[in-house]
Design a protein around this ligand. Structure first.
Ligand code: AMP
Ligand code: MG
Length: 508
């Protein structure tokens, strides 16, 4: 009989190629591990047999009780700007990278534990994670993935059987996180601050190989890396804005170079549209408000650029000039991505062909300005009327498919301002073919992870170890753009009073 292959086909480049960038470290055992949720579809994608994963071997591996064969558990070093201030030493204080696997699509994915105990980077923390926040990360990550937004995802949550001390004692958990990589802006900041250009170069070369192999031959590879990371962040933040997502804690240690959303702590979705919305209990100045996320992304990217300066050009002034040009272009890049998102939401056709002539270009700019104004004006209407962001955009889609009722329910019959807007909107795109309607449908979710539904599901799990509400919510979140009467309760906004008092906590 051939020997049984390992559960995960690990191939650990981070451990092999970046010695000195981490500390090899074992997980702390969990006293009575029990599965809370297992992501069978993701397991299959990773080439892991879900039935085998759900067995004793998988439970031991994903609770921290046994090192899975081929893994090389390690805590990564990183720093980060937290709420604008530099913390030179953060690192994996409660997480461990087990290793990497190549998934069914040929993509390299990190497999990491979160909540697996103290590490040399724990400072005063206990290295643990409570069940509620672990499940929140699972739910929101899956919701984002289903919305087509790049995200790290959860492979499983195991209840550890141990209590963790927060304001009160809470059940503990270990989350298994799957990511394109865990390279962050903060990883570069750590090595720029403590070790200098040679280490940063090694890290940058690794990042290029991992995320932008085509750029390795570029005449200016590090500047090209900066551009690629900026482009991914512009696309990501525009998509967040398109679904009303507020990350809540966009510190540089929570910004990936892969362009995936990471670290679902105090995140939440907007209900009534207001760009100043903040839900996070620790974001007292609104630094990470919904409408600030673009500016903050640019600020974080500037911190990334600073770490690359010595690699971009030995002459500092020249390096600064080149990097600054990339960072200053970010707002236009974001605006272009945002316009693409908003055109899809409004059901407006984008220009098909690249502009060839000056006239083409001028026309393109004119139509972009018109479409941008249409989007901004709709948002202003929602803001002034405190209308639900998700419902309002979905109502536009319904209207476009010949169902005017939802839109008519949201706006008063004698709302002249809205009527004027609606006329402009209809004039801009009098006809839509099936493809345009499908784009519009997918851009306007019928259902998002409503904050009160998420809280309900987490409370049931945390208080009574009842995972059924989480499972049901997950099932609804998996098909967010398809209207489904069975999931109608999940699509409804919370009562306004609930949303007004809603606070999310960092989940540490
Ligand atoms: P986060 O707020 O989850 O992005 O974490 C920021 C930093 O604090 C990271 O270095 C984490 O590893 C660390 N950290 C957060 N919670 C804990 C904890 N309970 N124990 C140890 N370190 C933690
Ligand atoms: Mg973090």
């Amino acid at each position: 009989m051939p020997p049984t292959p390992p559960l995960f086909a690990f191939d650990n480049t981070y451990a092999r190629d970046l010695k000195g960038f981490y500390v090899r470290w074992p997980a702390e055992p969990a006293s009575k591990p029990v599965w809370a949720l297992v992501n069978d579809a993701l397991a299959e994608e990773l080439g892991v047999d879900p039935a085998r994963l759900r067995g004793a071997e998988g439970l031991a591996a994903l609770s921290g009780n046994a090192e899975p064969a081929g893994s090389a558990p390690l805590a990564q070093a990183y720093a980060g700007h937290q709420f604008g201030g530099f913390s030179p030493r953060l690192g994996d204080g409660r997480a461990l990278l087990l290793g990497e696997v190549i998934d069914r699509h040929g993509r390299r994915r990190d497999i990491a534990l979160k909540g697996s105990g103290r590490t040399p980077f724990s400072r005063n923390g206990d290295g643990k994670c409570a069940l509620g926040p672990a499940l929140r990360e699972y739910l929101i990550g899956e919701a984002m993935h289903a919305l087509g937004i790049p995200s790290t995802r959860a492979l499983a949550v195991v209840a550890s059987g141990d209590m963790v001390r927060r304001e009160r004692a809470l059940p503990g958990a270990v989350l298994t996180r799957v990511a394109a990589s865990h390279l962050r802006v903060g990883t570069f900041e750590f090595f720029a601050a403590h070790q200098g250009p040679q280490a940063v170069e090694q890290l940058a070369n690794y990042t290029l190989l991992r995320h932008d192999p085509a750029l390795a031959e570029h005449p200016q590879p590090y500047l090209a890396l900066l551009q690629a990371v900026c482009a991914r962040q512009a696309a990501l933040v525009a998509r967040w804005l398109g679904v009303g997502f507020i990350h809540g804690v966009m510190n540089t240690d929570n910004m990936t170079l892969s362009g995936e959303t990471i670290d679902y702590g105090p995140c939440a979705f907007l209900e009534a549209y207001d760009p100043d919305t903040v839900f996070s209990s620790i974001d007292t100045h609104g630094r990470y408000a919904y409408g600030n996320q673009g500016e903050i992304a640019q600020w974080n990217l500037a911190r990334f650029a600073e770490t690359l300066l010595p690699l971009i050009d030995p002459e500092q002034a020249r390096a600064v000039e080149l990097a600054t040009a990339v960072i200053t272009a970010f707002p236009q890049q974001l605006a272009a991505e945002w316009l693409t998102v908003m055109r899809a939401k409004l059901g407006l056709a984008s220009e098909q062909n690249p502009a060839k002539t000056t006239v083409d270009r001028e026309n393109g700019q004119k139509s972009a300005a018109l479409d941008r104004a249409l989007a901004e004006d709709f948002l202003a209407l929602l803001h002034a009327r405190r209308l639900d962001f998700t419902l309002a955009f979905r109502a536009l889609y319904d209207h476009a498919t010949g169902q005017p009722a939802p839109l008519a329910r949201l706006f008063a019959a004698d709302d002249g301002e809205f009527a004027a807007w609606q006329q402009r909107w209809q004039a801009r795109q009098p006809q839509r073919d099936a493809a345009l309607l499908e784009t519009m449908r997918r851009a306007n979710p019928w259902l998002i992870a409503r904050n009160h539904r998420v809280e309900e599901a987490l409370a049931a799990a945390s208080e009574h170890f009842d995972l059924e509400p989480c499972r049901q919510l997950l099932a609804a979140l998996r098909a967010p753009c398809t209207e489904n009467p069975e999931h109608a309760a999940y699509a409804e906004p919370a009562p306004a009073a609930v949303t007004a008092n809603y606070r999310t906590f960092c989940g540490t």
